[in-house]
Design a protein around this ligand. Structure first.
Ligand code: ATP
Ligand code: MG
Length: 378
């Protein structure tokens, strides 16, 4: 099994055991901005050394908040710039693979399959889910323990003995990344002089930094610039993953079109007004329509999950820059009727007390970068 997928529990269990580790970087290259975090380990704890973000728009000669698809050399320049501006002191780091550059799906296999057999089975089964020749992608997988199913099984077995191997299904979480994507990221790391030993899917990094061992299903919603990612986690494991083809960039676009103003003005208004009708009714209305759409899609994903597994979700955790939209928290609470909170990843690292308010505020944006850095301290 290659190592770009690793579970939160693997990593967290060992974070606090080694004494000294050199400083490490977590690098999250989103469609609109780069986020980086540098951590080191001291006295068995993760310590925040520095962090920073950089909008990519200007590197494509466009505005802050626009979506970019930069060539590797320009992206490398942007990465080097943000590392320099943030006064980083190490070249050891790891890069997150964006969800849009990958496929994540669950394969259900009949019977009780052995982990060692998956290397033969998964590449064959994955063909049904991967739209390109299987030789062009790198696959990674992890067998999902199904506690609920096992419990039902043992009760059933005691009262009415059955052959478990015949009745139990095996669920396997599979990640596929195109080899060209991996080559592009390797080139980027070389061009920016970063030593890296692994890639990780962004959602796994975010789980590590922002999940606290809740047992009941939790929903992570990452409001990025280009897409909104909805993940349902149970026992610390990804049980469902969906991408909604709408992000915070689309909200700015809608404001710009509806009010016939520039993208830049629209971006500023989106950030200052959000859904606050007192500040600007016209802007708030546009933001609300976009957010309503994204939340309706997210809720439909959750409802389908609840129906399939007959379990209620217990909490929603918000992350990504778009989660800062004013009024969003209330709207999410209204739609989901459960506890809603912002990801607070910096609490997993020690930092000076005076930074606490700003770290809490910017935490949702840095969940991926911080989780990636944490993994390297294990
Ligand atoms: N205060 C705010 N209010 C509303 N939106 C905001 C605010 N701050 C940032 N954003 C939006 O958040 C988005 C950037 O978030 P983030 O950095 O998580 O995206 P990304 O990682 O680049 O995108 P993606 O994950 O989709 O590739 C931009 O669209 C930006 O306009
Ligand atoms: Mg992102």
């Amino acid at each position: 099994m290659s190592n770009f997928l690793k579970t939160m529990t693997d990593s967290l269990s060992s974070v606090f055991h080694k004494d000294t580790v050199d400083s490490v970087l977590g690098i999250d290259i989103g469609s609109s901005s780069i986020k980086i975090v540098q951590l080191k380990k001291k006295g068995g704890k993760a310590v925040l050394e520095t962090y920073g973000a950089l909008s990519l728009g200007p590197y494509a000669s466009t505005d802050i908040g626009t979506l970019t698809n930069l060539p590797t050399d320009i992206l490398a320049k942007a990465l080097v710039d943000v590392l320099k501006e943030s006064n980083t002191t190490t070249t050891n780091g790891a890069l997150a693979i964006p969800s849009i550059a990958s496929l994540i799906f669950i394969i259900t296999l009949p019977g009780n399959i052995k982990d060692s057999d998956l290397a033969n089975i998964i590449p064959v089964e994955a063909r049904k889910y991967v739209p390109v020749p299987i030789a062009e992608v790198t696959l990674d997988w992890w067998m999902l323990p199904n506690e609920a199913q096992n419990q039902d099984q043992s009760t059933d077995t005691m009262q009415n003995p059955v052959d478990i191997s015949k009745t139990m299904n095996t669920e396997v979480l599979v990640v596929a990344i195109h080899n060209d994507t991996l080559s592009k990221y390797r080139e980027l790391l070389t061009a920016s002089n970063i030593n890296s030993h692994f890639f990780e899917m962004e959602i796994f990094s975010a789980i590590r930094s922002s999940f606290n061992y809740e047992l009941a299903p939790v929903v992570f919603i990452d409001f990025g610039a280009s897409k909104t990612k909805v993940t349902i986690i149970e026992y610390g494991i990804v049980k469902s993953f969906h991408i909604i083809n709408r992000g915070s960039y689309d909200i700015t676009k809608n404001i710009s079109t509806s009010l016939a103003i520039s993208f830049k003005e629209a971006e500023d208004l989106k950030r200052s007004v959000g859904m606050s009708t007192n500040a600007n009714q016209a802007v708030a209305d546009v933001v609300k329509i976009s957010i309503d759409y994204i939340l309706a899609e997210s809720y439909a994903i959750v409802l389908a999950y609840q129906k399939k597994y007959n379990k209620a979700i217990s909490k929603v955790i918000l992350m990504g820059g778009g989660s800062q939209t004013l009024g969003l928290m209330d709207k999410v609470s209204e739609v989901f009727s459960v506890e809603v909170m912002y990801a607070d990843p910096f609490t997993k690292a020690e930092a000076p007390a005076f930074l606490e308010p700003i770290l809490k505020q910017s935490g949702p944006e840095f969940a991926v970068a911080l989780g990636l850095a944490l993994r390297q301290l294990s």
